[in-house]
Design a protein around this ligand. Structure first.
Ligand code: URA
Length: 211
């Protein structure tokens, strides 16, 4: 497993505004979108490409294009939806699947309530979008879901991660697993309610309101 904490002043600036309790939902959504595009740039460093011959107005040359099968982007509903546009702006030809997961606020256990994904993900690179890597339960369950369908490389893009969540994913899949976590910051810890400290609160509520 690889952890990449993106160290960039613009990422830190946008994250600081996101964390601020005074930031309203429209601003939160816009900044999430911008931040995800920056994280996606780092997260796609290992995206598979293949040689592609073209002719420029001056001469033939060989460049690259994305390999088939195309990468699959999977927002984890509901909060991951707020990250989708920022990701597909950078990789517009990626396919998009959906995974609905909910965390029981008492037990903190994750369960799947909806999925719209190809039956076979054999040979696919999958990018999971989940803003908050807290206990790691939701992300680990989503990773199992796509590995079980044949995915061979999984990258999770998270706005924030807690050390407990990173440790849980690593314990679940092992240090050698083809798993990468890209995040804007590794925070201090979880509190007794499973919230990341200092965190930014409930990402879904801040994006979409309390419903
Ligand atoms: N989910 C959130 O939205 N926020 C947290 O801090 C932890 C889990």
């Amino acid at each position: 497993m690889r952890l990449h904490v993106v160290d960039h002043p613009l990422v830190a600036h946008k994250l600081t505004v996101l964390r601020d309790v005074g930031t309203d939902s429209p601003t939160f959504r816009r900044l999430t979108d911008e931040l995800v595009t920056l994280l996606a740039y780092e997260a796609t460093r290992g995206v598979r490409v293949e040689a592609h011959d073209i002719v420029t107005p001056v001469a033939p040359t060989t460049g690259v294009h994305l390999s088939a099968p195309k990468p699959l982007v999977v927002p984890i509903l509901r909060a991951g939806l707020g990250m989708l546009d920022g990701m597909t702006r950078l990789v517009p030809t990626a396919e998009v699947g959906f995974l609905g997961m909910i965390r029981d606020e008492e037990t903190l256990k994750a369960s799947t309530y909806a999925n719209r994904l190809p039956e076979s993900l054999t040979g696919r690179q999958v990018f999971l979008l989940d803003p908050m890597l807290a206990t790691g339960g939701t992300l680990a369950a989503a990773m199992h879901f796509v590995f079980d369908r044949g995915a061979d490389d999984v990258t999770a893009i998270c706005l924030l991660a807690a050390p407990e969540g990173i440790a849980a994913v690593e314990a679940e899949f092992g240090a050698e697993a083809p798993v990468t976590i890209v995040t804007a910051a590794l925070d201090e810890r979880l509190n007794e309610h499973g919230y990341i400290v200092p965190g930014l609160g409930d990402a879904g509520d801040r994006l979409y309101g309390v419903v």
